[in-house]
Write a protein that binds this ligand. Structure first.
Ligand SMILES: NC(=O)C1=CN([C@@H]2O[C@H](COP(=O)(O)OP(=O)(O)OC[C@H]3O[C@@H](n4cnc5c(N)ncnc54)[C@H](O)[C@@H]3O)[C@@H](O)[C@H]2O)C=CC1
Ligand SMILES: O=C(O)CCC(=O)C(=O)O
Length: 424
């Protein structure tokens, strides 16, 4: 498992490298390039919270708003000790490209708190989340900047955010603000299927990849890094396609079974034991050699900067499907491309989450209740459309899929700036 330090260092550098490359290949307008090279707003808040022992701790929270040319800022909140301004900038910028590529009326934002949530009780996490929301104030808002879940945040926390934000509004305005956050529990404005949207989307992109390659996912061996929201649901849908999970790595360890690991049984084991290690039928595996496991497909679904020049050349898989944001750094990517390994880039591969969030936002805004079937059908359609655009762009510009995806995203933003006049 890559170190937490590796997971953070240079994430923003990677985004800039990717952006520069795409801007050069497509010939992005220089003024638009200047605008997109910086973040619009960077909000850093320090806020006190009373702990269970009666003492006060002060926390640091971030919300970076990269760009809103296409609509309100949109993106998750991460609770992790690697959260800092560099990580928030990188993740916010990726959101701008992701929402544009998916054809959504959103820009990009991201944030979180520099914290290890395992060290806090549920009551403390609730107070931390509520105080963070209060500290952000109207820097977030249903038509301005809409957070969602990310690493170590979940539907419960989104409900606390909605409740806290709505409570700051007048009684008549409260219910108009439910879509200040997405990824809420079903029953509190949440969308059926938002829980699985990202993992499902990862697998839809892999199905599309398989079609392009004239193959199928049936019988393909795969490994997953991260067995949280994205990793588990991706494994769930991979197995429905007849693929075989042979390795899993998370923050607690690395397990391997060449005969196959049942994701449903592993989830139950993890829920009961708070670890994946020791799961029946599996052996512990050297964490540093994880990506070198003999398999066809790798799904990184944890942190950034996991596939680097230290391990990329060990990879035997045909394709890396980036469930995580920024799992492959610039050097790692160059090695994969040289070795003929396909990469389904994060801004396409994991876009099912924000597309699901968009559906939830529409549901709240329009006072509708969508069904699971509505969600799954519409999600698949949007992801397949985006995948098709990336393939077309890759052929047109004779470039790799990540650069091609950036070109689709940047073209849409460039057009919006040109239509409205770059400098009004
Ligand atoms: N939740 C969502 O809807 C979306 C999430 N993503 C991205 O997917 C990735 C995973 O997010 P979630 O599943 O939501 O988070 P999560 O908190 O549910 O799961 C994170 C997983 O990563 C593992 N992990 C943490 N540190 C690790 C390390 N050093 N080595 C190996 N594994 C480690 C954890 O043990 C856990 O299994 C992140 O990069 C996130 O930004 C992207 C799009 C949407
Ligand atoms: O659902 C959302 O709004 C954003 C999810 C997210 O943080 C991401 O796509 O990286």
């Amino acid at each position: 498992m890559a170190t937490a330090e590796k997971a953070r260092v240079g994430m923003y550098e990677n985004v800039k490298n990717q952006f520069e490359k795409a801007a050069a290949v497509m010939g992005l307008d220089e003024s638009v390039k200047k605008i997109l090279s910086i973040t619009n707003n960077e909000i850093v808040v320090h806020f006190p919270v009373k702990m269970d022992n009666g003492k006060v701790e002060v926390f640091t929270g971030y919300r970076v708003q990269h760009n809103n040319a296409l609509g309100p800022y949109k993106g998750g909140l991460r609770y992790h000790h690697t959260v800092d301004i560099d990580a928030a900038r990188a993740l916010a910028t990726w959101m701008t490209w992701k929402t544009s590529l998916a054809g959504l009326p959103y820009g990009g934002g991201k944030g979180g708190i520099q914290i290890d949530p395992k060290l806090y009780s549920q009551g403390e996490l609730e107070r931390i989340t509520r105080r963070f929301t209060y500290a952000l104030g109207d820097n977030i808002g249903p038509e301005h900047d809409i957070p969602a879940p990310d690493v170590n945040t979940n539907a419960q926390m989104m409900a606390w955010i909605a409740d806290t934000y709505m409570s700051t509004k007048s009684p008549a305005e409260r219910s108009k603000n439910q879509h200040v956050v997405t990824g809420k529990p079903v029953g509190s404005g949440g969308l059926e299927g938002r829980d699985r949207a990202t993992g499902f989307g990862v697998v839809v992109t892999l199905e599309s990849w398989a079609k392009v390659k004239g193959t199928s996912l049936e019988g393909k061996k795969y490994i997953v890094q991260g067995f949280g929201n994205v990793g588990y649901w991706a494994a769930h849908f991979m197995n429905k396609n007849g693929a075989i999970l042979v390795g899993v790595q998370d923050a607690t360890g690395t397990i391997y079974n060449p005969e196959g690991i049942d994701p449903e049984a592993l989830l139950r084991y993890q829920t009961d034991n708070a670890t994946i290690t020791g799961f029946k039928g599996t052996q512990e595996y050297d964490s540093k050699s994880f990506f070198g496991i003999d398999c066809d497909i790798i799904i990184p679904a944890a942190l950034g900067n996991q596939i680097t020049d230290e391990n990329a050349s060990d990879i035997k898989a045909m394709v890396v499907a980036e469930g995580a944001n920024g799992p492959t750094d610039t050097e790692g990517e160059a090695i994969l491309i040289a070795n003929g390994v396909d990469i389904i880039p994060d801004i396409l591969c994991n876009s099912g989450g924000v597309i699901g969030s968009y559906f939830e936002w529409l549901q709240n805004r329009n006072g509708e209740i969508w069904t699971m079937d509505d969600v799954i059908v519409k999600l698949r359609k949007k992801i397949e459309e985006a995948f098709g655009k990336v393939i077309t762009s890759s052929a047109q510009f004779k470039t790799d899929w990540r650069t091609a995806a950036y070109i689709v995203a940047l073209t849409r933003i460039e057009m919006a700036y040109k239509q409205r006049g770059i400098f009004p």
